[in-house]
Design a protein around this ligand. Structure first.
Ligand code: NAG
Ligand code: NAG
Ligand code: NAG
Ligand code: NAG
Length: 310
């Protein structure tokens, strides 16, 4: 019920611009590319491991630090915890771990429930602000703007997190970094992924995967993620989070969407282009289902604290 109330408070601002000024959003073109069907095994091979890491980030830092968080932890073997930060309060938790099965470093950000993320996304005090060019000097002059709330949150842990990743890479000799998150954690993963990517040796492969990703920046940010980072993100059925903030306010998704058409039928599609109208972006604001935000997305996988033993 509370989730529904926050959704209703969301609807007017999400709707008003498209209804009262259809052309305002025209600078941000929607893609209309033909979707193609993905099998469950396609989905598992690219998304299962990041999903499992993202799920662990909802558990307590104490249980993550000795990898005893119940099913989310036991579903991932060969993991050595390296570092965590944040406080599960105002600063969402993140952790860094080593995955011996493919000698990679995993970074995952905790997310939040649909009610909290929708109220953040609906909060007018969080508009688009310039990406911090001190941190991303190569982006100067590109006009990149990001969601101010996401950037503020990212700034709180960025330096400590990067130090942990760099130490992990040098201690283990890993050549891969997997960055993952759900919800707010997915938005943070795009920023963290971009920051890690530009800070590590170019021989290190950085992959960024989000689940239930809200729009986090403008067209230039989406283009930058496409050209310099490469993001893959999964959206579930009629989850409203991926369609806010609206494009009419200048927000745009990067490419890389995989859409769950129906999780019980295991019907998944690959959505070419940015904001493909055949996927989440084409969902009507009038036909949302907030429970889709948590999941399950596939393999009965949902993202919530209730999945953890502690
Ligand atoms: C995708 O969108 C285009 C144009 O909007 C439409 O012609 C096409 O049938 C759609 N394809 C699928 C698979 O939905
Ligand atoms: C792991 O941490 C949890 C939470 O602090 C604690 O209850 C548990 O005893 C620890 N387990 C081991 C094996 O150290
Ligand atoms: C992963 O752990 C399993 C046991 O849990 C072990 O058999 C396997 O060798 C480990 N793989 C790697 C790459 O460490
Ligand atoms: C921008 O990034 C620098 C580090 O590169 C940091 O010191 C500074 O606080 C950041 N600015 C803002 C407004 O967050």
């Amino acid at each position: 019920m509370l989730a529904l109330i926050s959704l209703l408070t969301l609807a007017p601002s999400a709707l008003s611009a498209p209804i009262f000024g259809l052309s305002i959003g025209s600078e941000n073109a929607a893609a209309t590319g033909q979707t193609s069907t993905l099998s469950l095994s396609d989905v598992q091979s690219s998304l299962l491991r990041p999903a499992l890491f993202a799920r662990v980030a909802y558990c307590s830092s104490a249980s993550i630090s000795n990898w005893t968080c119940g099913e989310p932890c036991t579903s991932l073997s060969n993991i050595t915890f390296l570092q965590s930060g944040g406080d599960q309060g105002l600063i969402p938790l993140y952790y860094v771990a080593h995955d011996a099965s493919d000698n990679s470093i995993a970074v995952a950000h905790q997310g939040t429930d649909s009610q909290s993320i929708l109220s953040i996304l609906n909060d007018v005090k969080f508009g688009l602000v310039d990406l911090n060019v001190t941190r991303f000097p190569d982006t100067a002059g590109k006009g990149i703007k990001v969601h101010s709330g996401f950037q503020q949150t990212f700034e709180r842990t960025a330096d400590g997190l990067l130090a942990g990743v760099l130490k992990g890479l040098s201690d283990t000799g890993a050549k891969k970094v997997t960055v993952a998150g759900h919800s707010l954690g997915a938005a943070l993963a795009t920023m963290t992924g971009a920051f890690i990517k530009k800070s590590v040796d170019p021989s290190v492969e950085v992959s960024v995967t989000g689940f239930g990703l809200p729009r986090g920046g403008n067209q230039a940010w989406a283009d930058f993620l496409d050209s310099d980072v490469g993001v893959q993100y999964m959206t579930n059925q009629n989850d409203p989070v991926p369609i806010v903030p609206p494009r009419s306010l200048g927000f745009q998704h990067p490419s890389g969407e995989v859409h769950v058409v129906d999780d019980t039928q295991q019907n998944f599609v690959d959505c070419p282009g940015q904001d493909n109208d055949n996927c989440s972006t084409g969902n009507s604001v009038l036909k949302v289902d907030v429970s889709n935000h948590k999941g399950p997305y596939f393999n009965d996988l949902s993202f919530a604290r209730s999945q953890c033993s502690d």
